[in-house]
Design a protein around this ligand. Structure first.
Ligand SMILES: NCc1[nH]cc(CCC(=O)O)c1CC(=O)O
Ligand SMILES: [Mg+2]
Length: 330
């Protein structure tokens, strides 16, 4: 007679109340940082076709959107600008223009909602005529690390002046956390935080985002600065450097295909770990749900829970509003 089990894990799953009691990971609306896309103009609200439910807003409309989010309990935002082609150049000069779309809108949001947290994006690509996150050498086409630091420092400083709470360098140049920290500190912005995109991979999942901002590289790819998706140990090297350079928070990007990296980084640092549930990850779930192939809402909650379970303290996600609504319903 075969042995019947003594240990029965199913006992801890026998009712909803017991399942809730032993649940290890719980999402809350405090976990979410919501990306916002900004465009020029007035009364503009344009849906991004590869990201159903996500819009590019003009400055006036973004205020209403932030208001709706605050109402839902979302208080942290990561704005990104879509810049007109005419304003782009090799050195991304528009990125430090205090009267430009991005910095003016940042200041405006902070004026209307002083308590919200804005994590501003430091990278050249939205303003670069080359569509890269670094300065491109006109002859060799090489991405120049140290020339880029100069630009990133000025961009970060201009964002701090506009009222940014957290500077988010998303470019993957070496040494930019230390460089930006130094620029901020020597200009009386020691209270402004840095959330480093520590391990940002050269991923195909950024496609819809590049559509939204029209920021795809004009030539080549981003593999000489973004990480190889095959590498895990390298993320720990990037982590050690960002810690030593003074990052306040670290980020892994994308999230879903990199849950092991999130866990690895979580286990190697005392800093808060965030993960970016990127545009392509959002688009996949939306597309399948629209086809009736997946239950969109359940898949969304499973995806977000898995990112938190892997070790993320906060999640940048286009699902923030929808998930906040689900959490509010209980
Ligand atoms: N600085 C570039 C940047 N900042 C955020 C994203 C992607 C975010 C997403 O896909 O949701 C990218 C794309 C890229 O590296 O080309
Ligand atoms: Mg680095």
């Amino acid at each position: 007679m075969p042995q019947l089990p003594t240990h029965r894990p199913r006992r801890n799953r026998k009712s909803q109340i017991i399942r809730d009691m032993v649940q290890e990971t719980r999402l809350t609306t405090h976990d979410f940082i919501f990306p916002l896309f900004l465009i020029e103009g007035h009364s503009q609200q344009v849906e991004i076709h590869s990201m159903p439910g996500i819009f590019r807003f003009s400055a006036d409309k973004i205020i209403d959107e932030v208001g709706r989010c605050v109402e839902l309990g979302i208080h942290s935002f990561a704005p990104f600008p879509s810049i007109n082609d005419g304003l782009k150049d090799r050195l991304a000069r528009e990125s430090a223009n205090p009267d430009g779309l991005y910095l003016k809108t940042i200041a405006d949001i902070k004026r209307q909602f002083p308590d919200v947290v804005l994590m501003t994006d430091v990278a050249m690509d939205p303003y670069s005529s080359d569509g890269h996150d670094g300065v491109v050498d006109a002859e060799s086409g090489e991405i120049l690390n140290d020339a880029t630091l100069e630009v990133l420092g000025q961009m970060a400083l201009a964002q701090a002046r506009a009222g940014s709470d957290i500077i988010g360098p998303s470019d993957m140049m070496d040494g930019r956390v230390a460089w930006i920290r130094d620029v901020l500190d020597s200009n009386a912005f020691s209270h402004v935080s840095i959330m480093s995109y520590t391990a940002k991979y050269a991923s195909a999942f950024y496609g819809p985002f590049r559509d939204a901002l029209d920021s795809a590289p004009k030539k080549g790819d981003k593999k000489s600065y973004q990480m190889n998706p095959a590498n895990r140990r390298e993320a720990l090297r990037e982590l050690a450097l960002d810690e030593a350079e003074g990052a306040d928070m670290v980020m892994i990007k994308p999230a879903l295909s990199y849950l092991d990296v999130i866990r690895e980084v979580r286990d190697h640092t005392h800093l808060p770990v965030t993960a970016y549930n990127v545009s392509g990850e959002y688009a996949m779930v939306k597309a399948a749900a629209q086809n009736g192939w997946l239950d969109g809402e359940k898949t969304m909650m499973e995806v977000l829970t898995s990112i938190k379970r892997a070790g993320a303290d906060a999640i940048l996600t286009y699902f923030a509003k929808e998930a906040a609504e689900v959490l509010r319903r209980g």
